[in-house]
Design a binder for this molecule. Sequence first.
Ligand code: FRU
Length: 497
Amino acid sequence: MTQTQIKDVYYTETYRPQFHYSPEANWLNDPNGMVYYNGEYHLFYQYHPNGTTWGPMHWGHAVSSDLVSWEHLPIALKPDSIGAIFSGSAVVDWQDATGFFNGGSGLVAIFTHAGTYPDSDRSKQVQSIAYSKDNGRTWDLYEGNPVLSDESQLDFRDPKVFWHTETNRWVMVLATGQTISIYSSPDLKEWTFASEFGENQGFHEGVWECPDLFQLPVDGDESASKWVLLVSVGDNADFVEGSRTQYFIGEFDGTTFRNENSEDTTLWLDYGRDNYAGVSWSDIPQSDSRRMYIGWMSNWKYANLTPSEKWRGAMTLPRTLSLASGKRGIRLIQSPVEELKALRSQSILLKENEVIEKKEVVYTPDTNSYELEAEFQLGDASSFGFSLCTSSNEKTIVGYDVKSEKLFLDRTASGQSDFHQDFAAKHNAVLSSKHGKVKLQIFVDWSSVEVFANDGEVAMTDLIFPDRDSRAIELFAKNGQVELVSLTVHPLKKIWK
Ligand code: FRU
């Protein structure tokens, strides 16, 4: 094949995300080891290089200088005599606390080694570390591995580590069955148990996985900061939602996390079905100070069955997390990172101050790779919104139901869905209008929709598998009128060359 032909076909397979990270080939799940160092955002991920379904886990690797385009790098960590490489994190060891870097700095990965006990199939999950002196390109395993084990625990995984300035030590949050255990360490090698959080708190109908713990200002006020604990909850056959991520808000003193809401409060990070196991980047420079997050855009309920070929699995868009107080309390706000604006080309203002009272096609892009920004002023319509990726027999509806104050995403007729009975579904989230207005920012890629409503108050992330020719964008208002204050479409450039 000539170079031009390779360019033409690269990342053009059916359903291939055009502006989301996906591996060139084979299976991907959780994001791992996200860290910023020497001008690069690292994204490691759960990777099975020998197939398009989950298998012996490796850490795949990609880097980006701008969170928009990604460069694929060789596999970073692969299974060894201790086990496969499950999820974990990475940090910059600035002060050489480990002694790995001859007084300089470098990257340390902290991850779960998943093996079995000798002479049995009983799963053995322990925590190990590896270090890199060349910006994550090659890794050495620490000879003292594992650094943390506990034979009484079967589900003992997904360490997320950060430096806790006030107590001058490293803190690890680890998923331990139905709780999160917290450990601390002076050097990333010796770990001491500090406390356990979670019994009777939040949602427990699935194994707890992939925690993250970080501090964020409330309403931008540093003096009113709170701690946020993310906890992903695994699939359970009794719940159509499948695997999803909850969060807790409270205080952390270096030892103990205290939930500020009642123990039966469950807060969901995303109201779609396809945002799981997400965590945040470590070591973002203070001059930036954003807490940035990425999730795995799939769901354990059907992750192994989605209809892509060659590769399977992609990440959500990178998002900035913040906290805002509202009438229901303090909530997590998510917005796509600013850098993504660089993907916009030839933005078109489709409508301004127009009354909508029926269904109409407003635009048909050349390809399903775009961002929509819309602002509505409520009128007497009972519901309104968009039908996206539309053709005579397919549509994905993103709408707002005025009476129940609910944002909804309906993918029942979105395209291929017969690979799992629970895929074709409509889901919704409570969303109040603000001064009678509802704002929607929607990213559509070849096999996904991400909705950020009212500046990130509600996020909904869903996979869809429409035909390439289902492309019309329709506007609708039912049983009355709604005013469309403005509607802009930004066709988005592909990130793969
Ligand atoms: C979450 C998870 C983690 C585990 C990894 C294995 O999706 O189940 O708990 O480390 O995936 O690939």
